[in-house]
Design a protein around this ligand. Structure first.
Ligand code: UDP
Ligand code: MG
Length: 141
């Protein structure tokens, strides 16, 4: 279908550590999105420099890299019409303190008092960033 799109989702190290991989996948499946790729990976600072290039100069970047390398992540490619906007809505606001109940971040996240924002999932925010991020995480296509 021509309006099918893909999104890169990461279950971040806090999500993996807390045993929330299944709940994230269950929500994606319950919404009717198809899993195209699924892999447990250890992110490196080099890979994150590409993935989070837009944030490289921000003050929170060093703590973000420390957080994102603190354990394995689960990288997923989900597919379906409007999956980018749909999954961003399911993830909720970046800060779990502000994320609405019913969203992944609003149901499973909180402020842990650690400085960086631990929020369980990443999701691409536009078709352009989805294409860029999928190529970074799954370069073989
Ligand atoms: N982040 C952080 N402190 C901030 C802003 C962001 O630790 O002040 C982290 C947080 O984990 C967030 C990620 O950096 O998910 C990327 O930030 P972005 O603004 O792109 O949020 P997202 O797209 O993940 O909602
Ligand atoms: Mg972002």
């Amino acid at each position: 279908m021509s309006d099918t799109e893909q999104v890169l989702v990461l279950v971040k190290p806090d999500g993996v550590r807390r045993g929330l991989v299944g709940q994230v996948i269950a929500r994606a499946e319950a919404r009717g999105f198809a899993i195209q790729r699924l892999e447990l990976r250890q992110a490196t600072p080099q890979l994150l420099a590409q993935h989070y290039a837009e944030h490289a100069a921000k003050p929170f970047y060093p703590s973000l890299v420390e957080y994102m390398t603190s354990g394995p992540v689960v990288a997923l490619v989900l597919e379906g019409a409007q999956v980018i906007v749909s999954f961003r809505a399911m993830a909720g606001a970046t800060d779990p303190v502000k994320a609405a109940p019913g969203t992944i971040r609003g149901d499973f996240g909180r402020d842990w008092g650690t400085g960086e924002i631990q929020n369980i999932v990443h999701a691409s925010d536009s078709p352009q960033s989805a294409a860029r991020e999928i190529a970074i995480w799954f370069p073989a296509g």
